[in-house]
Design a binder for this molecule. Structure first.
Ligand SMILES: [Zn+2]
Length: 276
């Protein structure tokens, strides 16, 4: 974000420099001597809103040292901040294909989209629900965390909240991005979960994809529970059917993501400079 703001500031300075000696490009207001500071303030938002980015970040490394990647695309200054996580349970990997397909398509320029295709690469590699330490990452987040199971059991919640590096990466990203919409993919219940997220957008996603809705339990220590605790009802789970996502399903999910991304509320979690 800092790098982007620096780039935007440089772009504004360049535009200002050009405007002093020749007509300003792109229909921006031309400078007149004596009104320079006012014109600078007017030109800056225009320059910022036109900058679209595609940044790839390594959030960190899994227990077995696989990179956990996040890709930011769109307008980094848009208040529509959307986080999509393709996989958190390693034996439920179908959402990874949706995340990757989304990164290969054109997204609406008015959204600030963060995509984590795979938060649990060790689990995907091994075909296990948990990470390489046998912890269910979706019981390891610091909201209503409680001990569940014994080490090695299916829903083992870890020794304490955020005991796992993959969960810590996601928690850091959540606190940094402050998403106004969160989409987390699971398998294989074949429903959109309407238990605690943004109800209208959940229903819309279900209608767009043809998935039924169902209220699933709010599990202790879940990523979505943590996200909704931090930012209000913004995040929900999509339970894909078993197996791989077909091409037709892929198209429906991409359409649904774009559809609700452009309708995501913008009133939550404003950053200080956006609230001004
Ligand atoms: Zn799951």
């Amino acid at each position: 974000m800092t790098r982007h703001r620096l780039a935007a500031a440089i772009a504004t300075l360049l535009l200002a420099a050009v405007g002093c000696s020749q007509p300003a490009p792109g229909g921006l207001p031309q400078h007149h001597h004596g009104t320079t500071s006012r014109t600078h303030r007017q030109a800056q938002p225009r320059a910022v809103s036109d900058v679209l980015v595609r940044h790839r970040y390594v959030l960190g490394y899994s227990v077995e040292h696989r990179p956990v990647i996040a890709v930011q695309i769109g307008d980094p200054d848009s208040p529509r901040r959307i986080l999509l996580v393709g996989c958190i349970h390693g034996n439920e990997p179908a959402g990874i294909a949706i995340a990757r397909a989304l990164l290969a398509t054109r997204v609406p320029p008015e959204v600030n989209l963060w995509v984590v295709p795979d938060l649990n690469p060790d689990g995907v590699h091994a075909g296990t629900r948990g990470n390489a330490r046998g912890v269910d990452l979706n019981r390891n987040f610091p909201y209503r965390w409680r001990p569940i199971g014994a080490p090695g059991s299916l829903h083992y919640a870890g020794s304490h909240a955020l005991s796992e590096r993959e969960a810590r990466m996601a928690a850091r990203l959540l606190r940094r991005v402050r998403p106004t919409l969160g989409l987390w993919y699971h398998q294989a219940l074949d429903v959109v979960d309407t238990s605690q997220g943004p109800r209208a957008l959940e229903r819309r996603y279900a209608a767009d994809t043809g998935l039924p809705t169902r209220r699933l339990p709010d599990y202790p220590g879940s990523a979505i529970g943590f996200e909704d605790h931090l930012f209000g009802p913004t995040a929900f789970a999509i339970e894909l059917p078993a197996g791989r996502v077909s091409r037709a399903e892929l198209r429906r999910h991409l359409r649904a993501i774009v559809d609700i991304a452009t309708r995501a509320p913008i009133h939550h979690a404003l950053k200080p400079w956006e609230a001004a």
